[in-house]
Write a protein that binds this ligand. Structure first.
Ligand SMILES: Nc1ncnc2c1ncn2[C@@H]1O[C@H](COP(=O)(O)OP(=O)(O)OP(=O)(O)O)[C@@H](O)[C@H]1O
Length: 142
């Protein structure tokens, strides 16, 4: 077991539904420590850079439109196997396929408006955490 950090985003649909607190509670109850957090409204440039790996995909413009449609909450979660633990809490990308009790099953309405993002590998976690946070904005490891 390894202590990891992962980047999580509460997307505009979940912020608009007033479920920020419920989602943060799930992280805390699962033993994922919130070690950095900020609310912001992404510019197109910031959202396009974040999702650069998807820029040739047909859904890229819709994804950027959606991610810039309202504020998001970005946080760094730390814990044992945090990357996979967070993805287990999130559920499948398509909420119709997400297991009962997951964040997406409970709060998401569609594959675009799917409530949360979570890094999917150690490499993407490192890139994504540093895309939003300087090292001195993250609480030191406990
Ligand atoms: N076929 C699709 N149609 C529309 N939007 C999509 C589609 N596939 C993915 N997306 C959107 O792009 C995001 C990034 O896709 P990716 O394949 O990285 O999914 P993910 O890793 O499950 O989700 P995320 O990266 O947000 O945690 C998804 O969360 C979703 O909002």
């Amino acid at each position: 077991m390894a202590l990891e950090r992962t980047l999580s985003i509460i997307k505009p649909d979940a912020v608009a539904k007033n479920v920020i607190g419920e989602i943060e509670t799930r992280f805390e109850k699962a033993g994922l420590r919130i070690v950095a957090m900020k609310m912001l409204h992404l510019s197109r440039e910031k959202a396009e850079g974040f999702y650069a790996e998807h820029k040739e995909r047909p859904f890229f413009k819709d994804l950027v439109d959606f991610m810039t449609s309202g504020p998001v909450v970005v946080q760094v979660l730390e814990g044992e196997n945090a990357i996979q633990a967070n993805r287990d809490l999130m559920g499948a990308t398509n909420p119709q396929e997400a297991a009962p009790g997951t964040i997406r099953a409970d709060f998401a309405q569609s594959i675009d408006a799917n409530a949360v993002h979570g890094s999917d590998s150690p490499e993407s976690a490192a890139r994504e955490v540093s895309y939003f946070f300087a090292e001195d904005e993250i609480c030191p490891r406990s």
